[in-house]
Design a protein around this ligand. Sequence first.
Ligand code: FES
Ligand code: FES
Length: 178
Amino acid sequence: MHFNINSQHHELEVDSRTSLLDLVREQLHLFGTKKGCNQGACGACTMLVDGQRINSCLALAVQYQGREITTIEGIGTPQALADIQAAFVEHDGFQCGYCTPGQICSAVGMANEAKRGLPSNVTPDLAAETIDLDHDELRERMSGNLCRCGAYNGIIDAVREALLPEVQAHAGKVKEPA
Ligand code: FES
Ligand code: FES
């Protein structure tokens, strides 16, 4: 099978039953993406496919050939942290760190959704042209990623600082909360 992961092409022999999560961890040894529940409930395995967040434990690798797959290793490096990664450090957005790669990939995907004007479960007006990406919206939009350490306040602060300006700048779709 042929995969494009973090802008690198890979040709691999893969059992057709292999999940995307197991592919990146066990065959490519990219251990940043974590396996938590392995059943779509915790978000630890979140990665990006063509900019959209998915739970990779529920994704069959065979279905993602030829797509642009990004794991936490493709977001930034220890020598060159992405803004969202630096913000997690600055705001104590983690404790043990197990959920953190999934939180960060999910936040990047969430920002992409907000730029496209997609409403969440708590967006009051589904027809509104602008979305107030306020505290409740951010919590709702990140609610698929659990943190056993309870670092939620730091996570929201980090996401707000690193990604809100980028979302707001995108076609004026999203406004700073009052
Ligand atoms: Fe995939 Fe928990 S490991 S959602
Ligand atoms: Fe430990 Fe989130 S930092 S689970």
